[in-house]
Design a protein around this ligand. Structure first.
Ligand code: NI
Length: 172
C-alpha cells in the first residue's frame, strides 16, 4: 500500500466527471487500498479517486469512531438509486479543502448501488453520517465539492482562503 498525494481546491482536476470502472481488477483493488491508507493518514472519513488524481469512479469511506475498530468500505461505480425526501444538515469538511467547513443540506438517507472489491454488485442503505459521506464522495465523482452546495458568497470566501493557503505553501 502507498500513500497518494492529495489534490487541493481550487484545482481543475477536482471539477471533472470521473469515468466508470469497467471491471474491478487487481490494480483497482490496489487503488482502493492506497486510497484507504491515504484517507487514514489524513484523518479523513471519506475520499474519492479524483482527489488523488485518478479520474475513476471509486470512493472509500470509514465512519468508525476513534475507539471503534476500523470499517474500511470501498465502493466502485457508486450510484444513488434512492434518496429520502427528508433533508438533514451536516457541517461538512473535505480533505481537498483543509480546515474549511460549512453546513450542507442533503437527503438524510440514501440507497447506493456499487461494485465491491470482488467486482460483485451490492447495495447499501445508509442514513445519518454515512448517508452524508456517501453523497459527498459521489459528488466528487461528478466534479462537485461541498462548497458547490452553499451560497456563492461563502463558496468564494472559502476558495479565496484556500488559494492564499496554497500560495503560502508554494513560497516555502
Ligand atoms: Ni471531499
Amino acid at each position: 500500500m502507498a500513500r497518494l498525494p492529495l489534490i487541493f481546491a481550487p484545482d481543475p482536476r477536482l471539477k471533472k466527471v470521473a469515468t466508470p470502472v469497467s471491471s474491478v481488477d487487481a490494480p483497482l483493488v490496489g487503488l482502493i487500498d492506497d486510497m484507504l491508507e491515504t484517507m487514514y493518514a489524513a484523518n479523513g472519513i471519506g475520499l474519492a479517486a479524483p482527489q488523488v488524481g485518478e479520474l475513476q469512479r471509486v470512493i472509500v469511506v470509514d465512519i468508525a469512531g476513534k475507539n471503534e475498530p476500523p470499517q474500511p468500505f470501498g465502493l466502485v461505480n457508486p450510484e444513488i438509486i434512492w434518496a429520502d425526501d427528508t433533508l438533514t444538515t451536516y457541517n461538512e469538511g473535505c480533505l481537498s479543502l483543509p480546515e474549511q467547513y460549512s453546513d450542507v443540506v442533503r437527503p438524510q438517507a440514501v440507497r447506493v448501488r456499487y461494485l465491491d472489491r470482488h467486482n460483485q454488485p451490492q447495495e447499501v442503505q445508509a442514513d445519518g453520517l454515512l448517508a452524508t459521506v456517501l453523497q459527498h464522495e459521489i459528488d466528487h465523482l461528478n466534479g462537485l465539492l461541498f462548497v458547490d452546495h452553499i451560497s456563492l458568497l461563502k463558496r468564494n470566501m472559502i476558495l479565496r482562503r484556500l488559494k492564499k493557503w496554497k500560495k503560502a505553501g508554494d513560497d516555502v
